[in-house]
Every structure is written in C-alpha cells, then in structure tokens.
Design a protein around this ligand. Sequence first.
Ligand code: URA
Length: 204
Amino acid sequence: MCPRLKTYREENRRAEPQWHNAPVPSFGSADARLLIVGLAPGVRGANRTGRPFTGDYAGDLLYATLGKYSFAQGEYRADPADGLELVDCRITNAVRCVPPQNKPLPIEMNACRPFLSRTLAAMPSLRAIVALGRIAHESTIRALDRKLSQHPFGHGATHRIDCNGREITLFDSYHCSRYNTNTGVLTEAMFHDVFKSVRKHLDN
Ligand code: URA
C-alpha cells in the first residue's frame, strides 16, 4: 500500500536480513482497557526486534513508566524474548512500517489508518488511549471518526469520546522520543503524570 515504505523495507532487508523488517504488530492483549498509540517503528528498534518500542531509545522511558504504574510486569531488556508482559495494556503504532527518518508521509498515515481502526474496534474493553505525540493523536481522532477541530492535541490534554455507546478517554502526551527528552520538551515527570492520570482513571 505504501511504495516508499516498501522500497525502504527492501533496502533494510538487504542490509540487515536478520532483522524483523516488516509491519510491527501490536503488543499486548486485545482485552486490555488501555491502548498506547505510538508513531511508527524506529529502524533499529521495533523494525529490528518486531515489538513496538523495543530496542528504541523511546522504549526505555515508556516501558519503565508502564512498570511504575503497573501496566507491565517483568524486566524490560530491549528484547522481545525478555518475558516482559503488559498488564491491561496494549501498544500499537499509527504507522506500522518503519518510515525513513522516522517521518511518515500523510498519505502513509492515511493508508495505515484502517489498521488502527481495526485495532480499536477489536478491543472490547477499551476505556483509555494514550496518544504519544501529535501524529498519533491525529490518527487516533480520525480513526475514531471525530473532528480534530474539536479535539486539538496538547500535552496533558484529555478528550472524552463516545464511541458507539462506549466512552473512551484519550490522554495526550508529547512523544517520549530521544529528541523530546534531550531538549526538555518532555521530562520524565511530565510523562509519569500522564500515566498517573490514566491509572487513576482506570482505578475509579
Ligand atoms: N518505536 C515505536 O514502535 N513507536 C514509536 O513511536 C517510536 C519508537
């Protein structure tokens, strides 16, 4: 569906035949109440290991935070064989194939959205979504058939969305990327606060 991503994948396959080099599936049970939506696999992270955020710099903060708020158990060792389990939580990406320079094009986000919609539809207990970054937020709002003008992205913002009779709360966060954490756009405390709110929401 995405010629540019296919070409890039084939290049990666030639250079690193041992890597996953394919669309990265969601991680965690479809029965979870929480879904985390990332941007897209990193080339040496999820695209290499086949598990979202695994081996990516962003995964260090994400998985540590999930452990802190009891959404993960076990030790995260940046390896899909580390035995880490998500608890009441699932992780997916707005775009499932690795894009060059971590930058998916709008046409690629649109092409991948049906997969996100299906992921959402296949989660019967879904109550909360964390969107990591503006692109994940926008793709999620569109996948839920809502208007961006009514649901603007903002770190720490929450959006209550009625989805065919079930109420879902979308929590926005800046993406936990190396760039955002190195530049101070996102601190560990800011990221923790988002998941603290999610925990409180789900425990109510
Ligand atoms: N790895 C992922 O799987 N998703 C991101 O958004 C970033 C890194």
